[in-house]
Design a protein around this ligand. Structure first.
Ligand code: DX5
Ligand code: ZN
Length: 228
């Protein structure tokens, strides 16, 4: 089954490995999967589109080796996403999301990702209006709404992102994913779910939690993964 398409029995929670202990990444990935993570969110940053550098396809391949059955959601915060579709397909990604702000032909790139057998997502930064997504609504499997300025984990949640989620959910219907990304905790997750999010990324509030299973369940709002 593919968690990024079709109906869900419960929202999905995807810990972002940007907040994992990189000295023991494999163990960290296996731990959050064991503790109930529905998928793994891999943040790719190029130091140009966002003011930070993070990791590349090799890290995605390492996550795949660590968790062969995990659903890997790659978030490209880079200025040239078209150059990195094939490397992340080969690295074992299941979904690739790129930013609308950098791509002149987003529909074609979404189609190319899907033709490679993956699901395809489109992301918008906090200052980008949801209406800018108009041309890609028919094509995207997933809509990623940034609730922080992209580039770093551990930032404060921006509530101004919630109305965008409502508008997107109204437009895309119930069978596609609306993902919120940035500053999500057990305290902020309920508002995201109420607005229509069904995929919730959380880095600091999962990897930094004393009890990761409790944090994941609290963010999902339901105990235990329902899609696997
Ligand atoms: C930020 C990334 C997010 C971030 C989430 O640019 O896209 O995925 O790592 O981390 P938290 O949940 O700590 O904000
Ligand atoms: Zn992300």
């Amino acid at each position: 089954m593919c968690p990024f398409r079709g109906p869900l029995n419960a929202p999905l929670v995807g810990p972002s490995i940007l907040s994992a202990d990189f000295t023991r990444l494999g163990a960290e990935v296996r731990d959050v999967v064991r503790e109930g993570a529905d998928y793994i969110h891999v943040d790719i940053m190029d130091g140009h589109f966002v003011p930070n550098l993070s990791m590349g396809p090799a890290m995605c391949a390492a996550v795949r080796r660590a968790a062969p059955r995990a659903w890997i959601d790659v978030h490209l915060m880079i200025g040239n996403p078209a150059d990195f579709i094939d490397p992340f397909v080969h690295a074992g990604a299941n979904n690739i999301t790129f930013h609308l702000e950098v791509e002149r032909k987003p529909v074609a790139l979404l189609r190319r990702i899907k033709e490679a057998g993956l699901t395809a997502g489109i992301a918008i930064k906090p200052k980008t209006p949801w209406s800018a997504l108009a041309a890609v609504f028919p094509e995207a499997d997933l809509f990623l709404v940034m609730s922080v300025e992209p580039g770093f984990g551990g930032q404060a949640f921006m509530r101004s992102s919630l109305p965008k989620v409502r508008a997107i959910r109204k437009r895309c219907g119930p069978l596609r994913r609306v993902e919120m990304d940035g500053g999500i905790s057990p305290d902020t997750a309920a508002a995201c779910r109420d607005a229509g999010c069904d995929a919730l990324v959380a880095g600091a509030h999962v990897f930094g939690a004393p009890n990761r299973r409790a944090a994941i369940d609290a963010i999902r709002g339901v105990r235990g993964s329902r899609w696997r």
